[in-house]
Ligand binder design. Structure first.
Ligand SMILES: [Zn+2]
Length: 304
């Protein structure tokens, strides 16, 4: 008996002809399997391409965000550096004002303790290459923390100064605090220098102002004239006693407007500059003396 074969028949019918395709089950199964495999490969390739595309898209977004973060970090550090410079200026003013009001100067060691021993990063420019942003962020945090502590310390100090000024309003009138001449310019300062006359290195106890003859000399604070007159090296001179341990001295004058024992107030004209005594050109030699010791007069100028 002839073995019966089973097959699948696909048929298309046109206007004039009919077409038929005969497939055995085996052949049909093979076609289906191949199609599924092909579809699988196609899907895999498509998915792989799409994944690659989205990955690159995401990567470019991350790169752009990273660039933004690093730029922001660098900018923040630059601003912090500017802020730090301004605070350092305030610290200088703080020192001047503390000296002026008789408060103890905050030395650098105490400042270090005040900011909790945290040092500002010496280099504000964070290197971000290779190590990611974390070191940059940590550095920024440390700098902000140190600056915050510095500002707190300064605020407390200025608060002390303010209280002291209110307490000592009266006393402050007697502390030298303005330049005695508004003309001319600063010349030889306080400290060692080569003597302009004999060339020998000596300590210069005052501040010289190069100024034309006849410029008015103002008293830098309230006080009483202690002595006036003429002495070899000094030329015409005035010494004012301001009390609270302060005296000021003015040498090489051309004119003296005050007398011993006379009271003067800050800003009052006490004489005129000149070239008398041991002097090579018209100038004013000005000294500030505290408890018998000459001080650097520059530390007693608060009018710029
Ligand atoms: Zn001098």
């Amino acid at each position: 008996m002839k073995k019966q074969t089973q097959s699948l028949i696909f048929q298309t019918e046109g206007k004039n002809k009919i077409r038929q395709w005969h497939f055995s089950y085996k052949k049909f199964a093979a076609i289906i399997c191949s199609s599924v495999c092909l579809l699988g490969i196609l899907l895999f390739l498509t998915a792989d391409t799409l994944t690659g595309y989205f990955y690159r898209l995401k990567l470019s977004k991350i790169r752009s965000n990273y660039f933004h973060v690093t730029t922001t970090l660098t900018n923040l550090n630059s601003q912090l550096e500017i802020l730090n410079n301004k605070i350092e200026e305030l610290e200088k003013q703080d020192t001047e004002l503390r000296r002026f009001t008789g408060l103890p100067i905050i030395d650098n060691d105490i400042r270090e303790v005040g900011i909790g021993g945290i040092r500002l990063s010496e280099n504000f420019n964070i290197s971000l290459s290779g190590k990611g942003v974390n070191p940059g962020v940590s550095n920024l945090e440390i700098n902000i923390d140190a600056l915050t502590r510095k500002v707190k310390l300064e605020l407390n100090s200025f608060d002390d100064i303010h209280k002291k000024i209110l307490e000592n309003k009266e006393k402050l009138n007697f502390i030298p605090s303005i330049q005695p001449v508004t003309e001319g310019y600063l010349n030889s300062g306080y400290g060692y220098r080569k003597d302009p006359i004999d060339g020998i290195r000596r300590f210069h106890h005052g501040q010289d102002f190069s100024v034309f003859q006849g410029a008015p000399i103002h008293s830098p604070a309230d006080g009483t004239v202690k002595r006036t007159g003429y002495r070899g090296g000094f030329g015409k001179y005035i010494i004012i006693n301001h009390g609270y341990g302060y005296q000021t001295k003015y040498l090489h004058l051309s004119k003296i407007n005050v007398k011993k024992g006379q009271s003067v107030v800050r800003g009052e004209v006490i004489g005129e500059t000149g070239n008398s005594g041991r002097s090579t050109a018209p100038h004013l030699h000005y000294e500030v003396i505290y408890n018998g010791t000459p001080q650097n007069p520059l530390n007693y100028f608060f009018n710029g």
